[in-house]
Design a protein around this ligand. Structure first.
Ligand code: DAH
Length: 350
């Protein structure tokens, strides 16, 4: 290998050792710089003849070009490596699944409440909402519930400070106070007509909402839901209650052969009173009697507290448990699951 070829080789090796652009510039200076090897070779031609200069100069030029080519290749290789490193560092795996927004849904009990409102709505029932902090009067007294009734015990009800109609003092234990609240408003609106003996449009309302009792186990929660129903007119009988409630249950459970039983019971605000049980003819619960509501013909004292004459106005009321209806509809066996907020449970109802 002649001296010039060896120089190209050593330049190539020097460039190969450079791993950064700065290293490479240093290596370049050693060969192509002002006082680099090529310049040295040029200077070394001073004493040569014209012909010798020609051939020697051409050879040195080729050498210089070869070194420049080697330099260009190395420069490009370093740029490529740099780009690769950058691409690696900023790598995006476009095959990874995207981050999805969680898909929400209504709570199973809300689904039931919507369903109840829809079914009773189709039967001409209004939907009313009322306060969860209630007064003694609406929750008990107006509903013909005497002072010494056990439900008034501190152990059964959540009491808070206060205790007047203006400053309510307890968390309502049922939605029944809405019977009075709604009816009083209704009667007020039609007072003049009623007094003139022209009667009033019938009261037909359901009142769903949260209710509270000091109770907690697999089938009782301190907060639970109820839905009150009330239909007052001049001739609304127990028979109407049976028709309406049977229709409701069969529609709600989508089961035409569902059987209802009105079991005699006692509530201070109804007379007669009945507990309503249902029985499925097919499915996992077939044959068992399942309690779903309390009901009855509204007690004359309660009709009076609505501002109406019980000799003229009569009707039925019921109070059912949407939580229980939800358990029966979906086959849930522990009420507390509804209120734990466990997304694994809740997402099954989407
Ligand atoms: N309020 C009653 C309870 O919570 C349920 C009830 C029974 C409501 C009879 C009514 C009714 O409207 O007529 O146990």
């Amino acid at each position: 290998m002649n001296e010039l070829d060896a120089l190209v080789e050593s330049a190539r090796a020097g460039f190969a050792q450079a791993t950064t652009p700065a290293d490479l510039e240093n290596a370049k200076a050693r060969f192509l710089g002002k006082s680099g090897r090529i310049t040295e070779l040029m200077k070394g031609m001073a004493g040569l003849s014209v012909d010798e200069k020609k051939s020697r100069g051409a050879a040195i030029n080729l050498t210089k070009q070869a070194i420049e080519t080697a330099l260009g290749e190395r420069r490009q290789a370093l740029l490529d490596a740099e780009l690769q490193a950058q691409l690696q560092a900023e790598a995006l795996d476009v095959t990874l699944p995207g981050r999805q927004r969680g898909q929400g849904g209504l709570h199973p009990v809300s689904l039931t409440l919507e369903r109840i409102e829809e079914i009773f709505g189709s039967m001409g029932f209004d939907v009313a909402q009322g306060p969860e902090i209630e007064s003694d009067w609406f929750n008990f007294t107006a509903l013909n519930t005497p002072e010494d009734h056990p439900a008034r015990s501190m152990h059964d009800t959540f009491y808070v400070e206060g205790g007047t109609e203006a400053a309510p003092n307890l968390l309502r234990t049922h939605t029944s106070p809405m019977q009075i609240r709604y009816a009083v408003q209704h009667v007020k609106k039609y007072r003049a007509r009623i007094d003139a003996g022209q009667g009033m449009p019938e009261i037909r309302v359901i009142a769903p909402g949260r209710t509270y009792r000091v109770d907690s186990d697999a089938t009782h929660s301190p907060m639970f839901h109820q839905c009150e129903g009330l239909w007052i007119g001049e001739n609304v009988s127990f028979k109407d209650l049976k028709v309406v409630f049977t229709d409701f249950c069969r529609t709600f459970f989508e089961s035409d052969d569902l059987v209802l039983r009105f079991r005699p019971s006692f509530f201070p605000f109804t007379e007669p009173s009945a507990e309503i049980d249902i029985q499925f003819q097919t499915g996992p619960l077939a044959g068992r009697w399942l309690e779903v509501a309390g009901s009855g013909e509204v007690h004359p004292n309660v009709v009076r507290n609505m501002g109406l004459d019980p000799e003229h106005y009569i009707g039925f009321a019921f109070g059912m448990g949407p939580d229980r209806l939800t358990m029966l509809r979906y086959g849930v066996n522990d009420l507390r699951l509804f209120f734990d907020g466990d997304i694994r449970f809740l997402s099954q109802f989407r």
